[in-house]
Design a binder for this molecule. Structure first.
Ligand code: SAH
Ligand code: SF4
Ligand code: F3S
Length: 435
């Protein structure tokens, strides 16, 4: 063994950050990371199961790893996919070359499972139904080996209580648990001290954060430090987002001026069937409140097409909503059946209808993004540089637009004023504004 590990991550930011924590466990045991699967002594796949495509990808990748991995390398599969009913057993059967299978609640035990496997030589398969199963606190007790450059992720809560009828997340991540507010604040302070320029707070529904008498907006206010940094969060739920948050956006010196507010559908009937607890009008009202207080706010959203029973009329309502809101960025998905969720038992749409609808939606959004981009040409934005290649710098503006420009002297982590000179879809080019 030359003590190398390789982690592959699927799914959302939550998983990206959990992989950093798994890396922290492995590094504490003397392992260093490597890019090539064939060099690794320990290979970890941190999986996602939010859509069927995510699962198919994992199985495809496992097949490739089987032929690439070196003799004696330990293969571990963890993450949301293994946490579904019967999934760990199916995986164990289908892929006998997988050595360790863990769930989302016991990833902090990976070090112990490796010891057990090395000691006994037999496979370790352990899935907990909640963190209480092990009396531990889950993976968040470990120290993360962060890989995300200028940005550091910080969990403020775990799990979800919303049970949107299409969604598997509450089943694989458990009920909502909020971290103590003082722990979060201490984490952020320490990260800023060590040089991070952007902090992203993570939770499936950050707006419902509650710790003793403190709300999410209280938490944000307590993170209003004097340091120059950017504070982001995800994800927000339209039913819980408050006007108070819009007010804070208008005055805050640290909050990034962008909001990801997933709408899912523009049809009231579908929103109800999805168990989303808001109507399109209520959604519009919230968007208007934010735009009134923060006119240049960058808006993004998740939208799904082809939810069970969605009619052409319902779909047109979604298109209409997308046209009215004019999102800077839109993540568009085809509804995917998830076993065990209520929507899986509803009447399903055929593949072609779903495919045609997503194609139509993508076309509409493409035009909107193009128009918005052209409106930004000539304006000056503040960019936080996240990457530099030669003299070419890349970063994000306050409204989350991706901007590239040339500069010899600017460095990663700098905030620079950039005048946008051209824009293609969501890719902006600009030049440094000298004061
Ligand atoms: N907690 C977040 C993110 C959940 S998963 C939220 O509520 O916004 C991210 C996105 O995946 C969701 O917003 C939804 O658009 C999409 N998604 C979830 N389940 C899905 C399914 N069964 N099929 C297709 N897309 C799905
Ligand atoms: Fe899934 Fe809904 Fe929870 Fe988001 S809020 S994780 S979509 S159940
Ligand atoms: Fe996927 Fe789990 Fe995130 S299912 S989207 S990795 S919470």
């Amino acid at each position: 063994m030359n003590n190398r590990y390789h982690i592959q991550t699927y799914g959302c930011q939550m998983n990206v950050h959990e992989s950093e924590k798994i890396a922290g466990i492995l590094e504490a045991r003397g392992f260093t990371s490597c890019d090539d699967v064939s060099d690794a002594d320990i290979i970890v796949l941190n999986t996602c199961c939010v859509r069927e495509t995510a699962e198919t990808k994992v199985y495809g990748h496992l097949g490739r790893i089987k032929s690439q991995k070196k003799n004696g390398a330990i293969l571990i599969v963890g993450g949301c996919m293994t946490q579904q009913d019967g999934a760990a057993e199916r995986l164990a059967k289908r892929c006998p070359f997988v050595d360790i299978i863990v769930g989302t609640f016991n990833q902090s035990q990976i070090g112990e499972y490796i010891d057990e496997f090395l000691h006994t030589g037999s496979r370790v398969i352990d899935i907990w139904k909640s963190e209480k199963d092990g009396g531990a606190q889950g993976v968040h007790k470990s120290v993360a080996a962060r890989t995300s450059g200028i940005n550091a992720w910080v969990n403020i809560m775990y799990g979800c209580n919303n049970f949107c009828t299409y969604c598997i997340v509450p089943y694989v991540r458990g009920r909502e648990r909020c971290r103590p507010i003082d722990e979060i604040i201490a984490d952020v302070e320490a990260l800023l001290k060590s040089g991070y320029k952007q902090i992203t707070l993570l939770g499936q529904n950050v707006n419902s954060y509650k710790y003793q008498d403190k709300t999410f907006v209280d938490l944000l206010k307590m993170l209003e430090f004097d340091n120059k940094y950017r504070l982001k969060f995800m994800t927000s739920h339209p039913k819980d987002i408050s006007l108070e948050l819009a007010e804070l956006f208008a005055t805050s010196k640290v909050l990034s001026k962008n909001l990801h507010l997933p709408v899912q559908s523009g049809s009231d009937r579908i929103l109800q069937a999805m168990n989303r607890h808001y109507t399109r009008d209520q959604y519009f009202q919230k968007i208007s409140a934010f735009r009134a207080l923060v006119p240049d706010i960058g808006l993004s959203s998740d939208v799904m097409v082809g939810f069970p029973t969605e009619t052409e009329e319902d779909f047109l309502q979604t298109i209409d909503l997308v046209e009215k809101v004019r999102y800077n960025n839109l993540f568009m998905f085809i509804y995917s059946r998830r076993s065990g969720t209520p929507a899986d038992k509803m009447p399903q749409l055929d593949y072609t209808t779903k495919q045609q609808r997503i194609d139509r939606l993508i076309k509409h959004q493409f035009e909107i993004s193009k128009q918005i981009a052209s409106e930004w040409v000539g304006r000056t934005v503040e960019v936080l540089i996240s990457e530099k290649n030669g003299s070419k710098c890349f970063g994000k503006a306050q409204n989350d637009a991706a901007v590239s420009f040339e500069s010899e002297s600017a460095n990663v982590g700098d905030f620079v004023n950039i005048k946008i000179t051209s824009a293609k879809n969501a890719n902006y080019k600009g030049e440094v504004v000298y004061e």
